[in-house]
Design a protein around this ligand. Structure first.
Ligand SMILES: Cc1cc2nc3c(=O)[nH]c(=O)nc-3n(C[C@H](O)[C@H](O)[C@H](O)COP(=O)(O)OP(=O)(O)OC[C@H]3O[C@@H](n4cnc5c(N)ncnc54)[C@H](O)[C@@H]3O)c2cc1C
Ligand code: FES
Ligand code: FES
Length: 464
């Protein structure tokens, strides 16, 4: 039985498929129809609910989250907000009413969920943060100004609510002919992986959630990694930082912000907050998409993966992990345990640029990552990685060769950019043509030069 706190009351989901999305569950099983379905793929935010874990209020997309993932947590839907505020509307609801922040109202519960989670956080709220928190919510009629005004208005008005103590978790749920395993130790996880090599290995579910929400798949066996203690660890040493594979982007961000600021800036463009609260680094790597945003960065930062199975653990440079289109070096029975990223040393400069049609909430056409060591004027080391340019995330050996040993200048950078055509033969698809990808990848070298040289001109389309 899956048990969680729902709108301040203990709730048990009995005899329900554990892969039912939270959205379908609250709407169809509980008639809590305030939570809406728009896209059912994480893009519109109409389904946003608030998940409370370890005292943190986080907005998540109910259309991607499976109810098995809610076991032992607290979920608040729009219907539950008054209950946690002594029967009164919470401040963001009141501000939306006062400021006419809604017209058709379909998107409104999602906006309320996203902004309520923001108001309850300990973040210093600025206009930039409000816009970031709203990047995953679409409104097609009100226009964002009154919604942003409402967010400003409710700013600092935190509801005095102590999250409930969620019921204990269960490690194995059987229902509707499916089994949902939620182990809490690595040794249990690897035993399950060995026993069920074909099972759905579920981390945050922002990729896999689409299989249940859109493709209506009902996997017989799911192995959920989010509660495995070793996969949730963050360990920092003098030389490196190691993230467990199931650490969400939101939890990793403060560390990445401090150690690799351009990487953090890029992660803030992965989906929306709702996606980053669920999505994980391990999922992005395990998914092995050629347009995944983190692998090119991790490749140039020389990250090393720990892979675990019943036979023990082994390490592999992430650069060697991607073998072919969606094919990795992961053996049957293995899982990604953690990702170790060395810290940048003095003299190393790291940058990453994501090229997509929109600033927020868009998949990359091309993503470039660069790590250069420059001694005086001379480039002594260069690591360049691209996504969107080949069947896998891939280093640009010819581009690197055109930089190493050369004097760092705009001409050298441009000459290295030309070598993109030797390193890559990208495909044309609906995101970009092959030629565009080659040209933009080459031009990113010029941008890198200007960026490192602090040239005072706008280098990208930014959100205002
Ligand atoms: C609306 C939306 C926007 C998105 N935007 C972006 C974007 O801008 N950039 C981007 O890169 N991605 C984006 N994604 C994709 C997705 O959010 C990321 O790939 C995310 O990192 C996946 O993590 P997860 O934990 O949700 O993975 P899951 O969906 O749980 O799993 C993804 C894959 O990884 C495997 N896996 C998970 N954990 C492990 C493990 N420990 N060992 C081995 N394999 C494992 C799973 O079996 C599965 O094959 C977006 C997705 C959505 C829905
Ligand atoms: S329904 Fe659109 S994000 Fe969930
Ligand atoms: S109020 Fe109508 S789409 Fe948002």
């Amino acid at each position: 039985m899956i048990r969680f706190i729902l709108n301040s009351e203990e709730h048990a989901a009995e005899n329900v498929s554990p892969t039912t999305t939270m959205l379908d569950y609250v709407r169809s099983h509980l008639s809590l129809t305030g939570t809406k379905e728009g896209c059912a793929e994480g893009d519109c935010g109409a389904c946003t609910v608030v998940r409370v874990t370890d005292g943190r209020f986080e907005a998540v997309n109910a259309c991607l989250m499976q109810i098995g993932q809610a076991d032992g947590t607290e979920i608040i839907t729009v219907e539950g907000l008054k209950a946690i505020n002594g029967g009164e509307l919470v401040p963001i609801q009141e501000a939306m009413v006062r400021g006419d922040g809604t017209q058709c109202g379909f998107c409104t519960p999602g906006f309320i969920g996203a902004l309520f989670a923001l108001e309850q956080s300990d973040e210093k709220i600025s206009d930039e943060i409000i816009h970031e928190a709203l990047a995953g919510n679409l409104c097609r009629c009100t226009g964002y100004r009154p919604i942003v005004d409402a967010a400003r208005d409710a700013c600092g008005k935190i509801v005095d609510y102590t999250p409930q103590m969620p019921p204990g978790r269960t490690k194995e749920h059987h229902a509707a002919g499916q089994v949902f395993h939620a182990p809490d130790k690595l040794v249990e996880l690897t035993a399950l992986r060995a026993a069920y090599p074909e099972a759905m290995l579920l981390s945050g579910g922002t990729d896999l959630g689409l299989l249940v929400s859109k493709e209506k798949q009902r996997p017989d066996v799911v192995i959920h990694t989010a509660h495995v203690a070793e996969l949730q660890e963050i360990v920092e040493t003098e030389d490196a930082i190691t993230f467990g594979a199931s650490v969400s982007y939101s939890r990793a961000l403060p560390y990445i912000d401090r150690l690799y600021p351009p990487f953090a800036e890029m992660i803030r463009r992965i989906g929306s907050r709702q996606i980053r609260n669920l999505g994980t680094l391990g999922g992005n790597i395990g998914n092995a998409s050629p347009i995944g945003d983190t692998p090119p960065c991790l490749i140039v930062l020389e990250a090393v993966l720990s892979l675990a199975s019943q036979d023990g653990e082994r390490e592999i440079a992430i650069e060697d992990f991607f073998l072919d289109y969606r094919k990795t070096d992961l053996l049957p029975g293995e899982v990604i345990k953690s990702i170790c990223i060395p810290k940048l040393s003095d003299g190393q400069s790291f940058r990453t640029y994501k090229v997509s049609k929109r600033y927020d909430q868009d998949i990359s056409a091309v993503i470039g990552a660069f790590c250069l060591t420059i001694d005086g004027d001379i480039v002594t080391d260069a690591r360049i990685g691209f996504g969107g340019m080949a069947a896998t995330p891939k280093r640009g050996a010819a581009m690197e060769g055109a930089l190493i040993g050369k004097c760092w200048s705009e001409e050298t950078a441009a000459a290295a950019g030309v070598m993109a055509r030797q390193d890559y033969s990208p495909i044309s698809d609906h995101r970009a043509s092959s030629d565009y990808r080659l040209r933009v990848a080459g031009n990113l070298l010029t941008r890198l030069y200007r960026d490192l040289a602090d040239v005072e001109e706008t280098l990208e389309v930014v959100k205002l």
